[in-house]
Ligand binder design. Structure first.
Ligand code: AMP
Length: 277
């Protein structure tokens, strides 16, 4: 596995290696969820490139950026084991030559619901960085996690707006045995919050099993109170159509409902989602 830092090194690697390129953008502190994406990319393409870059423009909260876990050596070792061909640790100056700020994309309602509503500017930052990474890597396939479901919708939209031809593939959410979705942020959880956070998955499964017997609003209130009883602070609980991401009023409004949750476990913000079919 080759470790690359500058875009000059990256482009000379790409010039020398023919065949299809799979790409997995990450922010590091890698876990098995990330490695699953790498393996999936490897099964689809000849060469897999993984970027590890904690992107400043997608953090709407400076303290969150500051405490985001970083582990370059551990990440390199894990990626080598997963069959990655190139890990790219980009330099800020290469990705933000004109200064650290986002470009402006027309993300329409994606910026107004759920993560868009509660993390102003976050998706502009995501769209900006992934657009720039795509321009440098020029991948045939890029793999993203279902865990960040709304992010995938943003990336599809950005990709269309910027006329990228990359095939976007979505990989299922990898979970701990407790059901908690794997996340780099889980490293910041105390043991007791880690245990308590399994309520997010439990509550989503309950709604999938028997939610249709109640009104959508009742389900949302119930999940919020289950999360609060476990000692977490829910930020939003939304049941939306998984294609339009428009929140539902009634079950009959969607053939493919999905539940989306953001909650704080102490000062760690967790998100998750689950198809309700
Ligand atoms: P991040 O490093 O958090 O920016 O995530 C990099 C990629 O890994 C994104 O496409 C995420 O959706 C994906 N990812 C993160 N956690 C998981 C998980 N538990 N299961 C599957 N994919 C994940």
């Amino acid at each position: 596995m080759q470790i690359i830092r500058s875009v000059a090194e990256l482009s000379s690697y790409l010039d020398q290696h023919k065949g299809t390129v799979g790409f997995v953008p990450t922010m590091g502190a890698l876990h098995d969820g990330h490695l699953q994406l790498v393996k999936q990319a490897k099964s689809l393409t000849d060469t897999v490139i993984v970027s590890v870059f904690v992107n400043p423009t997608q953090f709407n909260n400076p303290a969150d950026l500051e405490k985001y876990p970083r582990d370059e050596d551990g990440d390199s070792r894990k990626l080598e084991g997963a069959g990655c061909d190139v890990v790219w640790f980009p330099e800020v100056i290469d990705l933000y030559p004109g200064g650290v700020s986002s470009d402006v994309y027309d993300l329409a309602h994606l910026e107004r619901v759920m993560e868009g509503e509660f993390r102003p500017g976050h998706f502009q930052g995501v769209a900006t960085i992934v657009d720039r990474l795509f321009k440098f890597v020029r991948p045939d396939v890029a793999v993203f996690g279902e865990k960040d479901y709304q992010q995938v919708a943003v990336i599809r939209r950005m990709s269309h707006l910027s006329k990228h031809t990359v095939d976007i593939v979505v990989s299922p959410t990898r979970r701990e045995e407790s059901g908690l979705a794997m996340s780099s942020r889980n490293l910041l959880l105390s043991d007791s919050f880690k245990k308590a956070s399994s309520i997010i998955h439990i509550a989503m499964l309950e709604i999938r099993a028997s939610g249709r017997e109640r009104l959508v609003d009742e389900c949302v209130s119930e999940v919020k109170s289950r999360i609060a009883q476990a000692g977490l602070v829910p930020e939003y609980v939304v049941i939306a159509d998984e294609d339009s991401l428009e929140p539902l009023e009634n079950w009959g409004d969607s053939k493919a409902p999905r539940i989306f949750i953001a909650a704080y476990a102490g000062d760690v913000r967790l998100i998750d989602n689950l198809s309700l079919n």
